[in-house]
Design a protein around this ligand. Structure first.
Ligand SMILES: [Zn+2]
Length: 432
């Protein structure tokens, strides 16, 4: 007797009509027509069943603070940082916890069950770290939260940046962050990358830096990040986030840079929603898109992730905790229009992001955590097109969120009485 069996599932890799059996919070079998009963049986009715969405880049200390203490009128990254600087001294632990928990509720409803959040360590009060460490424990039964010690105002540039980041790591944050392009000079940025990689190596922690989030083609800290990764033996444990300057770099230089990033086994995390909103702001026309070179990084075998980055905060007034919205934007900005490209985007939102976060037992094989999402869509491509409804969200074999199927009743003479957007999936014979 299984704890749970999900029957008649379509999987992201294209397999159809598969059953998934779960016992004690783990997947024990994934195959057609599994025999035997279960305490709970769910018929997926030929819909997509996927491992949960993963967000490898978020700011949970700022989320849902939109309008506090005012709006970002220029819409730029720099005014966002300025605005956050005004809000930060007023932050309280209780308010931070309440907003973070509310965001996690939304995330769960969207089938998003693992988030890596940068936590600003610039204010030496560290009320942000204190609050989010409590949240990490509170949500652990239903959402995996990793916390990055992030020196928003600069590791060297903030008055107590160095000591404050060390204390935040002592408190139990999981990952070493950085923001080299925001230090006072290129040289300070370079020095910060070296110092922070050394800290990670000494403490046995991963690294995740905001790196080159600028349109300046000479912002080349990712090169240093890759080199220091190799120097300190951190291969596979380092994420370069944003990397937007790569969009504007000289092609010859990039032809040398990408192989170095591959050698360092760097993970590259782009944030398509926020980057299309914030980059290119100094341009008139033509105006650059500012997202890093996703197809070229993928072609070089580099693991790419896509993050949400912000939801209703000083930097980004939109967002809904929906990683399919992130993927939808990535498809457009990177012009990843083919079926194979879209399948790759879906793979990034799940497995690619899980690799960037170093999640274990993630996936749809026997032995993996029984964390599953059933979508109101036939396959991964349709899920992205529709930003499909999450019908059922399962964590460790237990249903933790359910949404009714979205169906519209029509009152049109001579037309069907009901519209199901998911029933419009194309009947394509040849995908090539
Ligand atoms: Zn960020």
């Amino acid at each position: 007797m299984f704890g749970l069996v999900v029957r008649n599932a379509n999987l992201p890799d294209g397999r159809e009509g598969v059953d998934i059996a779960v016992q004690d919070g783990r997947i024990v079998a994934v195959e057609p027509a599994i025999a035997g009963a279960a305490q709970t049986e769910i018929d997926a009715t030929g819909r997509l069943v996927t491992p949960p969405f993963v967000d490898p880049h978020f700011h949970m200390d700022a989320t849902l603070s939109l309008g506090l203490p005012r709006m970002n009128t220029s819409g730029t990254l720099l005014e966002g940082i300025e605005l956050w600087g005004e809000l930060r001294p007023t932050l309280t632990k209780d308010a931070l916890i309440e907003r973070a928990l509310r965001y996690c509720d939304l995330a769960v409803s969207q089938g998003l069950l693992a988030i890596r959040s940068h936590i600003d360590t610039s204010d030496p009060r560290l009320v942000t770290a204190e609050a989010l460490l409590e949240v990490r424990d509170m949500v652990a039964p239903y959402l995996t939260l990793q916390l990055v010690a992030f020196p928003q105002d600069g590791y060297y540039r903030a008055p107590e940046g160095v000591a404050s980041l060390a204390r935040a790591l002592d408190m139990g944050l999981d990952v070493v962050g950085g923001i080299p392009h925001f230090e006072r000079t290129m040289a300070d940025g370079t020095a910060s990358v070296e110092a922070l990689c050394r800290i990670a190596a000494d403490r046995g922690l991963p690294v995740d830096m905001h790196c080159d989030e600028t349109d300046d083609p000479l912002s080349r800290h990712v090169e240093t990040l890759a080199a220091q990764t190799i120097r300190f033996g951190l291969e596979g444990r380092v994420v370069g986030s944003h990397l937007t300057s790569m969009h504007s770099m000289d092609n010859y230089y990039v032809s040398k840079l990408i192989p170095l990033m591959a050698e360092a086994r760097l993970h590259a995390v782009a944030n398509p929603l926020i980057n299309i909103m914030l980059q290119g702001r100094h341009d008139t026309y033509p105006r650059r898109r500012g997202m890093t070179r996703v197809p070229e990084l993928l072609a070089a075998g580099i693991n790419v992730g896509f993050g949400h980055d912000c939801v209703m905060d000083p930097w980004y007034s939109m967002g809904s905790g929906d990683m399919l919205e992130v993927g939808h934007m990535a498809i457009h900005v990177a012009q990843m229009a083919s079926v194979a490209d879209k399948q790759k985007v879906f793979e990034i939102l799940t497995y690619g992001n899980a690799r960037a976060m170093g999640l274990d037992a993630y996936g749809l094989e026997a032995g993996c955590h029984a964390d599953l999402v059933i979508l109101q869509a036939r396959d991964a491509v349709e899920a992205l097109r529709l930003k499909a409804n999450r019908l059922t969200v399962i964590r460790r074999g237990k249903i933790i969120a359910e949404t009714p199927a979205r169906l519209t009743t029509l009152s049109l003479p001579g037309r069907p009485g009901q519209v199901d957007a998911a029933a419009y999936a194309p009947q394509i014979v040849n995908w090539q």
